[in-house]
Design a binder for this molecule. Structure first.
Ligand code: FMN
Length: 183
């Protein structure tokens, strides 16, 4: 069977991001038939401006939309900012959601996960993120839920995910995403 290509999006731009580290772990531990590419360019996407949302949008927007369209599915790792989705991620998804009738997100299979140092593991951010994908008609997985709480203790000093249970959960999530893609 052909390889399923997954595009990873992190809601955090910082170099030491634990959410980006989760995506790297997904890349490293992906199940058979799945390859994960991590998008490194969300920081280049300008703030959404309807005046720029034309047939010739900013280059970073065009590249983001094309990368999402090319991918068979998305794997999103989101931090929680003030109980919700970080602006960086929401802004990128707002651009990606246009034009509404035929956007790169339309019917796109999507898996969500997130890491936070506290006890709630991005529960509220993930719920908020799911709402955005109602209007886009994306096919968001509901299981397994990957909410990595107390995340600092699950990585080593170099940012490698070492917690076996979390690695297994991510593998389950990617396996479910692979099946969603293959229909
Ligand atoms: C603006 C801001 C708001 C935050 N709000 C929350 C929050 O509501 N809930 C939470 O668990 N952590 C919150 N945090 C802490 C983040 O979970 C923490 O910084 C986390 O490491 C960010 O993910 P990253 O490691 O991928 O950058 C907040 C951090 C920032 C910078």
């Amino acid at each position: 069977m052909t390889e399923v290509d997954i595009l990873g999006l992190s809601g955090s731009l910082r170099a030491g991001s634990m959410n980006t580290a989760l995506l790297r772990a997904a890349q490293k531990h992906s199940p058979a038939g799945v390859s994960v590419t991590i998008n490194e360019n969300l920081g280049d996407v300008p703030l959404y401006n309807g005046d720029l949302d034309t047939e010739n949008p900013p280059a970073a927007v065009r590249e983001l939309r094309e990368a999402i369209t090319r991918a068979d599915g998305l794997l999103i790792a989101t931090p929680e900012y003030n109980y919700s989705v970080p602006g960086v991620l929401k802004n990128a998804l707002d651009w990606a959601s246009r034009p509404a009738a035929s956007s790169s997100l339309t019917h796109k299979p999507i898996a969500i996960m997130g890491a936070a140092p506290g006890n709630f593991g991005t529960v509220r951010a993930q719920l908020a993120l799911r709402q955005s994908f109602v209007w886009t008609r994306s096919r968001v997985l509901t299981r397994p839920e990957v909410m990595v709480f107390n995340c600092a203790e699950r990585f080593d000093q170099a940012g490698n995910l070492t917690d076996e249970k979390t690695i297994e959960l991510i593998r389950e999530l990617l396996t479910a995403l692979r099946e969603q893609v293959r229909g």
